[in-house]
Write a protein that binds this ligand. Structure first.
Ligand code: UDP
Length: 237
């Protein structure tokens, strides 16, 4: 029998919130919240880093003529809106939830204080990290790896929409793409795979943090990954 993890960090892309559209789709966010709450109720501590691609990506705004740093701040603010939506649905499911923002905004979120985040989780609360790192030129994948390390998560769960794991080519465009059941970080980097950004991958590799990539479209997958079942792709040192 696989052992469940005690503490995990879940990375959700902005794509997961918008159901393919701009903004937040409440039905979709409610469904994700139910999964996260189920994990907490089963006794695993969980925190979440949320992306913001359903609102804005800095690189896309830059391509439209904006300065990259200001565009990235807009991107980070988008992640806070997703965080608040997820907090709302987690609390509607009955579990106290705290948002910690890397950009100070005291009316809506606590500041990022890692030890306080750990304490929240010990008390059975869900913690959501918003506003990325608070710094332009980073991605929320990298923040997910950093937060996972700092709060002592045993694994980084990389939930993806529409793909089951890490493939040797893009499965959405290449019918011959095959999925890895596991692969090392060195191989991941050597193959220049794009499913997570390179900074996140090297941070995880250098600090012995495993990642599991899996499909968020299956409503049981977060729980299955937390239970230690073999799903998706394990990327390891
Ligand atoms: N961002 C940033 N610094 C960070 C995290 C995010 O500047 O530490 C900005 C960046 O512009 C990024 C946007 O926020 O494009 C949304 O985050 P991301 O693209 O990682 O979201 P996802 O692809 O996971 O939805």
């Amino acid at each position: 029998m696989p052992e469940p993890f005690h503490r995990v960090l879940l990375k959700l892309s902005g794509e997961a919130f918008g159901n393919g559209k701009l903004g937040v789709d409440p039905h979709t966010v409610r469904a994700i919240a139910k999964q996260i709450v189920a994990v907490t109720r089963a006794g695993t501590q969980i925190s979440v880093v949320v992306g913001g691609g359903n609102y804005f990506r800095g690189a896309e705004l830059q391509a439209g003529g904006m300065d990259r740093d200001r565009a990235d701040y807009i991107g980070m603010l988008g992640t806070v809106m997703n965080s608040l939506a997820l907090q709302d649905f987690c609390e509607k499911e009955g579990v106290p939830t705290r948002v910690q923002s890397a950009i100070t905004m005291g009316q809506v979120a606590e500041s990022y204080i890692p030890r306080r985040a750990e304490r929240h989780m010990e008390k059975g609360r869900i913690v959501i990290f918003g506003a990325g790192s608070g710094m332009p030129y980073f991605s929320t994948d990298t923040v997910a790896a950093q937060r996972a390390l700092e709060i002592g998560a045993e694994v980084l769960l990389m939930a993806k929409n529409g793909v089951d794991g890490v493939y040797d080519a893009d499965p959405r465009t290449d019918p011959n793409a095959t999925m890895f059941s596991d692969l090392s970080y060195d191989e991941f980097i050597a193959r220049d795979l794009k499913v997570a950004d390179a900074t996140a991958v090297s941070l995880a590799r250098d600090n012995n943090l495993n990642m599991i990539f899996f499909n968020l479209d299956d409503p049981d997958n977060i729980m299955r990954a937390v239970r230690g079942e073999k799903i998706g792709t394990l990327v390891h040192c």
